[in-house]
Design a protein around this ligand. Structure first.
Ligand code: SF4
Length: 357
């Protein structure tokens, strides 16, 4: 797996963000390479000399957050990756049965540092924002987005949100042209409040979600709906497809996603996991239904060879590079570059059940 966190040593007096470069320059936001060390590499910047626990070759042009007190550096934006996501909080007001990153009670505000990182990003990239639930801190979030996008209108953001907190006032703010560069990825698991609420572990969540959609649609917000496939969501997927067509047709995309075997989903795997190879029809019918009504469906996190040929064009190589895994049996497959593969922590016996194309 690609390391996102590195051991770091720095005499800096506070956490700082910097972009790692080959040569010295005049920009104080940059740090340049000095030498290879036993532990990794030595760099010099405005905050002094610091060491990172990785050689320089994979780090050039990465944007890193160095924490001198935690002796750690986070590779916030990696040059070579199209999967850069900033975690803005670990707090959440839902407790989804399949949550891949169970929430924490405390919040560490890093918005100023993350804003600096965005300003150092390469031209034109899309930066993911996730949590926890980012809109629990939406005043800070909106300020960060607007500040970054006023300076860097070339950037785009994709923000995962449970859409429990948008208000009528937010709708006015989200009408700003800045938000044409923002897509909101919003989970919806069922067409009924009782099932959706049970899955997200919050009574009234579905109703709140529908209220938020009103505000988001009023704002002209760009929305991607997300539905994770589990034994319970699959059963009602066709009803959900129908609901989307008739009530949420203004979305940009409906992403139907394979389950990630980590967090709560790991402990509940036996009850939650739905093997698409046994019955794809229910998923296929739902995809057909929304497609027929002009909604764009996509399949995320599902290996191409687990999808019938007629539906493979919907499948996206969606798993982030740092947690993507393939079977040894995938070596001869001609579709590998277009394939999602598996999560690094997917059960090994399932990873080996592949059918090279
Ligand atoms: S054989 Fe491997 S690379 Fe090919 S489609 Fe299946 S999982 Fe993907």
């Amino acid at each position: 797996m690609i390391a996102l966190s590195l051991r770091a040593a720095s005499d800096g007096t506070a956490p700082f963000v910097t972009r790692l470069t080959r040569q010295p320059g005049n920009n104080p936001a940059l740090s340049h390479f000095l030498a290879v060390t036993e532990a990794g590499s030595l760099w010099s910047g405005e905050q002094g000399v610091f060491e990172l626990g990785m050689g320089p070759d994979d780090l050039f042009d990465d944007v890193v957050l160095v924490d001198p007190f935690g002796s750690r550096a986070d590779r916030l934006i990696r040059k070579a990756s199209s999967h850069n996501t900033l975690l803005v909080t670990e707090q959440c007001d839902q407790l989804c049965v399949m949550c891949s990153q169970p929430p924490k009670k405390t919040h560490v505000d890093r918005f100023d540092l993350l804003e600096r990182a965005c300003l150092l990003a390469d031209h034109g990239i899309t930066i993911g924002i996730s949590g926890g639930e980012p809109t629990l801190h939406r005043a800070r979030l909106f300020s960060m987005l607007e500040s970054v996008l006023s300076a860097r209108p070339d950037l785009n953001f994709h923000i995962l949100s449970n859409a429990q907190h948008f208000t009528a006032e937010d709708a006015l703010r989200l009408r700003s042209p800045f938000y044409r560069n923002v897509v909101w990825g919003v989970p919806v698991y069922a067409a009924s409040g009782s099932l959706h609420d049970a899955i997200v572990g919050k009574i009234g969540a579905f109703e709140k979600l529908m209220e938020s959609f009103v505000h988001l649609f009023r704002a002209g917000a760009r929305i991607e709906l997300r539905t994770v496939l589990t034994t319970s969501t699959v059963d009602s997927l066709d009803a959900l497809a129908n609901f989307i067509v008739y009530n949420l047709a203004h979305i940009e995309q409906w992403s139907v996603m394979g389950l990630e075997n980590i967090g709560f989903a790991k402990s509940g795997w036996a009850d939650l996991h739905f093997d698409l190879r046994c019955n794809f029809d229910v998923v296929g019918n739902a995809l057909d239904r929304v497609k027929l009504h002009g909604v764009r469906p996509k399949l995320f996190n599902i290996p191409l060879c687990h999808v019938p040929a007629a539906y493979r064009s919907y499948a996206v190589a969606s798993i982030s590079d740092w947690k993507q895994r393939f079977s040894d049996k995938c070596v001869p497959c001609v579709a590998r570059s277009d394939c999602s593969g598996f999560f690094a922590w997917h059960p090994s016996e399932l990873v080996n059940e592949v059918y090279p194309l």
